[in-house]
Write a protein that binds this ligand. Structure first.
Ligand code: TMP
Length: 238
């Protein structure tokens, strides 16, 4: 597969065209940002670990009937994925109060929810991803009723599967952020990535933060925390 021109560059990945119009190459970076780009930094080796973790999880999801964009890992940082038209929504599934939910509702972090919450936000960093409801989605033409039904169904199932895999690694999934897109042949698939950048992960017994929150909150040992997630998923303790 030939890597062609750069199509887009986001906070954590670059996307390149290939000689097949149905496929693109994602290349994971070590750079990271938080607080809408106000805090920037480099987490050495993050791109390599996130590439592995996301591919490992997407493969697990595919085996369990969730369509994803994942095709093949090409290298340490590079993965071949199906090209999608992104749906401009950020789906957050929450199991335990934290982050913007805790802030919005004035709740302490770490409170177990009676059931998982599927929150849908409009994906716009400048607007800080405002929460929207289905009326907004149809009024704006961001997705069809059929697509929203599938997105909600897939999101709950992805969260269940993710919680199961992480529990085996003694990691608690506080919440996770999912993005979907439509492939060239019209299939709705899970896109983007699932990694410690896009999920809040805590050690199941100590509640120590294991992902991007370590960077956001200056908790130190950021690289080690990413490595720890990967090692545990592979059945090793770092
Ligand atoms: P929030 O509680 O800050 O809204 O975050 C919810 C989830 O979204 C959390 O699992 C982390 C993820 N997330 C991202 O993937 N990118 C971001 O820029 C932010 C702020 C959160």
């Amino acid at each position: 597969m030939k890597r062609l021109e750069l199509i887009s560059e986001g906070k954590s990945k670059r996307i390149y065209a290939t000689d097949d119009p149905r496929l693109v190459i994602e290349s994971y970076k070590d750079e990271t940002t938080a607080f809408n780009g106000l805090k920037r930094g480099n987490i050495s080796g993050k791109g390599v670990i996130n590439n592995r973790i996301s591919n490992h999880l997407m493969t697990m999801l595919e085996k369990n009937g969730i369509p994803t964009h994942f095709v093949e890992e090409l290298g340490e940082r590079e993965t071949l994925v199906r090209r999608v038209t992104p749906i401009p929504l950020r789906v957050v599934v929450r199991n335990i109060t934290a982050g913007s939910m805790a802030k919005r509702l004035g709740l302490p972090e770490g409170q177990k929810l009676r059931r998982a919450v599927v929150e849908i936000d409009f994906k716009d960093e400048m607007l800080e991803h405002p929460m929207v409801n289905e009326d907004y989605i149809y009024a704006m033409g961001w997705a069809s009723e059929e697509q929203v039904k599938l997105i909600k169904q897939y999101s709950r199932r992805i969260n269940e599967l993710l919680c199961t895999v992480m529990r085996q690694a003694e990691i608690e999934v506080i919440d996770c952020k999912l993005e979907f897109g439509v492939t060239v042949d019209g299939t709705l698939v899970l896109a983007d990535e699932i990694s410690p950048d896009t999920c809040r992960l805590w050690d199941a017994s100590t509640h120590e933060k294991l992902g991007i929150d370590r960077f956001r909150r200056n908790l130190g040992d950021v690289e080690q925390a990413y490595q720890e997630v990967w090692s545990r998923l592979m059945g090793e303790r770092a």
